[in-house]
Design a protein around this ligand. Structure first.
Ligand code: HAM
Length: 429
């Protein structure tokens, strides 16, 4: 029987990975400019980490986690997201004791057992960053400014920033009471999840996707009028910074995000080209999360985001055509017979050491077949190495797009191929 990949988990082949790599390169460069450093946390964590931070009543914890018993009986979970892991690591290694803000980024696979569709997978890839130890709205602003730069660098122009304030532990009880009251008589008509959540965690009623419940949910009060002075001021200061720096946004009082750890600022960048899965990235502030995981008060608050790399790549593809030059070899070196294999190998080694992408054709094949392979690989040039070329060090260079041929020495060849490699990324921008 043929074995295929698990539903919702896909292979990323070179035609995909070239896009992921470009996104990762842009993200690393952007994070470095904002002085973030990388953290790599385990893919498997104690289940309790997610139940305590993401929250028991969320869709992620309640329905989507890959949880299993280890051989010693411990309950383990494939991480559905990484903020909880970063917060755990911050507490475990007492990172708040280091000078300044703790600014960390990560990249890697996450796992949620959702219904797969375009842009939504069971194994998907996130790139995210967290700033721990700071409570100022300036930190929120800088994170959003960094995201705008990253979107720009990736050529994504039409993403919309949507923000809201989801309040904090101090104002949540009043909001929960208002939700319960508003749900009141309509609750028996609603789905079983809503009925339970109305008791345990009414905010999560707003995550319900059941069509019949939507009119009731649309009529529920929003958080806005329940925010305390501290949250109201924080949100006003953030908006002022965004306005003063020309970052446009829309306030959506219904944006609550589906994870329990959020407090105060919540945001998403949404993109029309993605259809139903329109959230390119999401994030927010989570003051109190590290304390809930055992840190002292002076460990401060936190804010972060994660982008869905799979969706980001779809938006990048919609925005621009990636040149084949990024994946194709600059040249294919063709030794005409076994006698020329050694000089061809030495030439290939030299060019590769200077960072040029080189493919080596099998020696002793018909030249026409090797040239055919070179064009199928979309190589820019073929370098033909016959006995005369090997003896003189004057290589025969064939420009595969123009069909022109010339003799060239090693230095000249290296310079020409480097020019091609340098031109490739510019075609993408
Ligand atoms: P999230 O909104 O659950 O937030 O996920 C962030 C992003 O991951 C989404 O906007 C989406 O682009 C992508 N994503 C989520 N689920 C899937 C899926 N099944 N398939 C493909 N892409 C998906 C978090 O995970 C938070 N940890 C973000 C954060 C960081 N908040 C503070 N710090």
């Amino acid at each position: 029987m043929k074995i295929v990949s698990v539903k919702g988990m896909r292979d990323l082949l070179p035609a995909d990975t070239v896009w992921f790599q470009r996104l990762e390169d842009e993200a690393r460069a952007t994070f470095a400019a904002y002085n973030f450093q990388e953290i790599r946390t385990p893919i498997v964590e104690p289940t309790e980490l997610f139940t305590r931070s993401v929250g028991e009543e969320t869709d992620i914890v309640g329905k989507e986690m890959y949880t299993f018993a280890d051989r010693d009986g411990a309950s383990l979970t494939l991480r559905p997201e990484a903020t909880a892991s970063v917060a755990r690591a911050y507490v475990e290694h007492r990172l708040w004791e280091r000078p300044g803000l703790c600014k960390l980024y990560y990249m890697g696979p996450m796992f949620r057992r959702e219904r797969p569709q375009k842009g939504r997978y069971r194994q998907f890839y996130q790139i995210g960053a967290e700033v721990l130890g700071g409570n100022s709205p300036v930190v929120d602003f800088e994170l959003l400014a960094m995201l705008r730069l990253l979107l720009e660098r990736c050529g994504i122009q039409d993403a919309e920033l949507v923000i809201n304030s989801v309040g904090c532990a101090d104002d949540r009880p009043a909001y929960h009471a208002a939700l319960r009251e508003a749900l009141g008589a309509r609750l028996p008509e609603m789905c079983a999840d809503c009925q339970r959540r109305a008791q345990t965690n009414p905010l999560r009623v707003l995550d319900c996707k059941v069509p019949a419940d939507q009119p009731i949910i649309a009529a529920l009060p929003t958080l806005e009028s329940f925010l305390d002075d501290k949250c109201r001021l924080h949100f006003a200061q953030l908006r002022q910074l965004l306005d003063a720096n020309g970052i446009s946004y829309r306030v959506d009082p219904r944006l609550v995000r589906g994870l329990d750890y959020y407090t105060s600022t919540a945001f998403e960048f949404q993109h029309g080209a993605l259809g139903a899965q329109n959230a390119l990235l999401g994030g927010g502030r989570y003051d109190g999360l590290t304390q809930a995981l055992g840190a002292p008060a002076q460990a401060g608050g936190g804010i972060g985001f994660a982008l869905g790399a799979d969706r980001f790549v779809l938006a990048m593809q919609a925005a621009q055509a990636l040149s084949a030059a990024l994946t194709a070899p600059a040249a294919v070196i063709i030794p005409l017979s076994a006698g020329e294999l050694q000089p061809a190998l030495a030439l290939a080694e030299r060019l590769r050491r200077s960072g040029i992408r080189i493919e080596l054709a099998e020696s002793g094949r018909k030249l026409s077949r090797s040239l055919e392979l070179a064009s199928k690989l979309q190589a820019g040039y073929a370098v033909i190495v016959g006995a005369d070329e090997a003896a003189s060090g004057q290589w025969q260079l064939k420009d595969l797009s123009r069909g022109q041929q010339q003799h060239i020495d090693t230095e000249g060849l290296e310079a020409r191929l480097k020019e091609v490699a340098a031109a490739a990324p510019a075609e993408v921008a």
